[in-house]
Write a protein that binds this ligand. Structure first.
Ligand code: EPZ
Length: 422
């Protein structure tokens, strides 16, 4: 079995460039299915297992896909199959992002009921309710969701929760629905804006992305286009926090600080130096022991992102004083607490709030990733723990980080992938 082995004590110095956003490219790849004419060329696609799975599914449906470096070309003019009920679909949640495009273009869709994961049940009720409001009908049998419609028609839809995935599915469906669709209480993440830009370049008529109301005037058809994926704000935030934790002075190119305001604010509040430059962000820090305790509450964008919660906790394990972190987005995104305790952290969970008291030192241990961000967080803790930390379940990490070990090694970390007997 492969693990990531980190030896603590090295500060991080140097420059790395941030890759394209995982959470932007996944819906963009499924949106490419909407093009009945022409080819889509998507630049800055990160090499992640989730991306490979989505591309496998697109090819299973009949799309022609090819890679050239970090550019993916997709020709979906010949898409024929409508069932994405593949085993791998069940393995990856983002496959539910096929529902909207398949219904909108082919009036039919079939996907496996997406699985839950360590961070929560991950229901898709808001997706299904919104698509039904647009005129779709669903039958769920034996873990397969079959959708059909006589033709989607615009509607006014209020989301009970600003779900990122539901906003994306409904935007893609509304793009080809007849008439006007108004989506209210939608997600405002930068990835929503990136998807809307991609769809508009395909010929869609979408306004309001990035606010809590999106309006979509349906069009008869869409065509392929060229698009460059926005930088991954969560990848960037992960490395920025790694410097805050291990100490050092590093620069992150291809980073949009406007997408990272809550993370920048909290790093500065902790005492980390953050210098926002035109083409990236510089982080200077003395390390965890010099960080102040923080109060964090995860919220929908533009609040503090849930995808940064475990990494920030990792930075605070040896900080001065107490910190309190409340998770409001997912019901069980604290599985990493037990792993931090194995390293000597003084951390307890009460309901959906973690109370942490900085300790003098943390120690390398055998730990396991429980989701992709928790995996990165355990590596961050290992960067300044005494001794070696062995991180297992690293398939989670490969889902969300393209070149994490190589990048941290380039910044001076003592880190490697190593094989161990089962
Ligand atoms: C997206 O997941 C991201 N994934 C997640 O990133 C991110 O944590 C999440 O948004 C929140 O920002 C991708 O973009 C591929 P949601 P998504 O729908 O769309 C509840 C990472 O680490 N909900 O906004 O699945 C749900 O249970 C991953 O990169 C419903 O109740 O998230 C959760 O509590 C992890 N019913 C909350 O909303 C629904 O129909 C937020 O979920 C849908 C969601």
């Amino acid at each position: 079995m492969e693990k990531i082995v980190v030896k603590g004590g090295n500060p991080l110095k140097g420059t790395i460039s941030i890759k394209g956003s995982k959470n932007s490219v996944l819906p963009i790849l499924t949106a490419a299915l909407l093009a009945s004419d022409g080819v889509s060329v998507i630049h800055d696609v990160p090499k992640l297992s989730d991306v490979y799975i989505i591309i496998d599914i697109l090819e299973h449906l009949g799309a022609k896909c090819s890679w050239d470096g970090n550019t993916v070309t997709i020709d979906s003019t010949k898409v024929v199959r409508l069932d994405a009920s593949l085993n791998c679909v069940g393995d990856m949640r983002a496959s539910f992002l096929l529902l909207g495009p398949l219904l909108a273009r082919f009036k039919s869709s079939e996907i496996l009921q997406p699985g839950g994961c360590a961070i929560g049940v991950r229901p898709i009720d808001l997706h299904l309710k919104g698509l039904e409001a647009l005129g779709a009908d669903f039958a769920q049998t034996h873990g397969v969701i079959k959708g059909s419609t006589q033709g989607l028609k615009g509607a006014r839809i209020y989301l009970d929760f600003p779900s990122v995935g539901a906003t994306e599915n409904l935007m893609m469906a509304g793009a080809l629905a007849e008439g006007l669709t108004i989506l209210e209480n939608v997600a405002e993440e930068p990835e929503i804006v990136d998807l809307a830009n991609f769809l508009n370049n395909m010929g869609a008529k979408i306004t309001g992305a990035g606010t809590n109301i999106i309006k979509i005037k349906g069009v008869p058809s869409l065509k392929g286009t060229v698009h460059t994926v926005i930088p991954d704000r969560i990848e960037a935030g992960t490395y920025m926090i790694a410097v805050g934790a291990a100490g050092g002075d590093a620069f992150f190119e291809n980073t949009i600080s406007d997408h990272l305001k809550p993370v920048v604010a909290k790093l500065r509040e902790a005492g980390v130096t953050v210098i926002e430059e035109a083409n990236g962000i510089r982080i200077i820090s003395e390390g965890s022991k010099f960080c102040k305790g923080l109060y964090i509450k995860t919220m929908p964008y533009p609040g503090f992102p849930t995808d940064m919660q475990s990494q920030l906790l990792a930075m605070l394990l040896c900080s001065n004083g107490r910190s309190y972190v409340t998770e409001t987005i997912f019901e069980s995104r604290f599985q990493h607490i037990e792993e931090f305790r194995k390293m000597g952290a003084d951390i307890i969970l009460a309901g959906n709030t973690v109370a942490l008291t900085g300790v003098d030192k943390i120690y390398g241990a055998n730990v396991n990733a429980t989701d992709l961000r928790a995996g990165a967080a355990l590596i961050i803790a290992g960067l300044y723990a005494e001794g070696e930390t062995h991180v297992g379940n690293i398939h989670f990490i490969d889902r969300g980080y393209d070149g994490l070990v190589e990048n941290l090694k380039a910044l001076g970390a003592d880190i490697k992938r190593a094989k161990f007997d089962e």
